[in-house]
Write a protein that binds this ligand. Structure first.
Ligand SMILES: *Cc1c(COP(=O)(O)O)cnc(C)c1O
Length: 389
């Protein structure tokens, strides 16, 4: 049997491999010069001023929430259509989590639903402290609208741009934090660029950057200006808060720097593939991804919605049929509020109808830099077979 076509896959060049090997031969495998160089490469590209590289986007979300002061008694709001990490970061901090339903066209959190929920929460004195805006599939949320609401209701904004590095909002790269406090990227191999595991939080606020730097490495500082009293000697460090070991290694950062050089080319390739899917799928009973005119997606994912009223097969049958034909399709995502861990907090099916409807129809097709036209044709033929069966 031929190897299935995955839904996402890394692109590794000889230059990437050499950059990692070079670090292995160098003096530092961790805590050397390469991590700061990677942080500079990312912030220079996206237009923020500070970058804090960590071992995953999950860690980045955690320290971003802590830096923003999220804690017990606070609320974090996000979308139900995301990876669980976008919500779990609130629970790590002892805060409570709530969700906002999605927009039927972009599948991102709906600013109108957000506003309605804020009005209600304001009356009950339960306004959120932090909103995690997830740029699903790489398409940015309506950040200008969300930012206006944050000014009015006084909450902080984290952009979960795990899908979106290299994409743009209103012609500027995602990650410039013009409408947010912190933006988080993921470098997991299925995402747009990779460091194997890895993530980064970027910001324009030096105080937030300082906090996140401390939190990533045990809450320890060696900078005397941040100590409670002068150093005892050259060996001295102080732990001034409770942090973690969330550090990225030099090997990962070297891979990241090398990958960054191809970021724009990767996103361009993804757009070419998406356009080709759009055309090849246009006569089938499904909805192709709608792109807001303000957005240039990073296109981590290409999600179709099956028009189940126009096919004989169920969502599950179509999915299983595609898998049987060697297509590594996936579903992004199972609504977070329906996960057992969240259901025990009182969430239930029916809470977010748009998110649930989306979940009942969505299938992620293979989308990655090295997807060939022949593979893409195979995906389309397999889908045609399932939808017209
Ligand atoms: C992948 C992903 C994360 C977590 O990223 P890791 O680097 O694997 O921790 C968080 N949020 C979203 C939306 C993601 O897709």
């Amino acid at each position: 049997m031929v190897k299935p076509i995955p839904y996402g896959r890394q692109n590794i060049s000889e230059a990437d491999i050499q950059s990692v090997v070079d670090v292995l031969r160098s003096d530092f495998l961790t805590q050397g010069p390469v991590v700061p160089a990677f942080e500079q490469a990312v912030v220079k590209h996206c237009g923020a001023t500070h970058g804090v590289a960590v071992n995953s986007a999950t860690s980045a979300l955690h320290i971003a929430c802590l830096a923003l002061g999220l804690g017990p008694g606070d609320w974090l709001w996000t979308t139900p259509i995301t990876f669980v990490a976008s919500a779990n970061c609130g629970l790590y901090c002892g805060a409570q989590v709530d969700f906002i339903d999605i927009d039927a066209r972009t599948y991102n959190l709906c600013p109108l639903a957000l506003e309605a929920k804020l009005v209600e929460a304001d009356k009950q004195g339960r306004l959120p402290k932090v909103l995690v805006a997830v740029h699903l599939c790489g398409q940015p949320c309506d950040m200008a609208a969300i930012h206006v609401l944050s000014q009015k209701y006084g909450f902080k904004i984290i952009e979960d741009a795990s899908h979106a590095i290299g994409g743009k909002y209103k012609n500027e790269f995602i990650g410039n934090c013009r409408y947010s406090d912190i933006t988080v990227f993921s470098f997991h191999p299925v995402k747009i660029i990779t460091t194997a595991e890895g993530g980064m939080a970027v910001t324009n606020d030096p105080n937030l950057a300082h906090s996140m730097n401390l939190l990533r490495s045990h809450g320890i500082t060696r900078d005397e200006t941040h100590m409670t009293h002068p150093a005892d000697g050259p060996w001295y460090y102080q732990q001034i808060t409770l942090g973690f070991n969330y550090r990225m290694t030099e090997l990962q950062a070297a891979l990241g720097i090398s990958q960054m050089q191809r970021l724009d080319a990767f996103v361009t390739q993804r757009h070419a593939l998406a356009k080709r899917y759009d055309e090849l799928l246009s006569d089938l009973p499904l909805v192709t991804p709608w792109q807001h005119p303000d957005s240039y997606s990073g296109l981590h994912l290409y999600v179709i919605r099956v028009r189940l009223d126009q096919t004989k097969q169920t969502h599950r049958q179509i999915f299983e049929g595609l898998r049987e034909q060697g297509i590594g399709v996936n579903v992004h995502y199972i609504p977070v509020h329906t996960q057992p861990y969240y259901a025990q907090m009182g969430f239930t099916m029916g809470d977010y109808p748009q998110a649930e409807l989306y979940y009942a129809q969505a299938i992620s097709l293979p989308m990655f830099q090295d997807l060939t036209h022949a593979q893409q044709d195979h995906v389309v033929a397999a889908l045609r077979k399932e939808l017209t069966a």
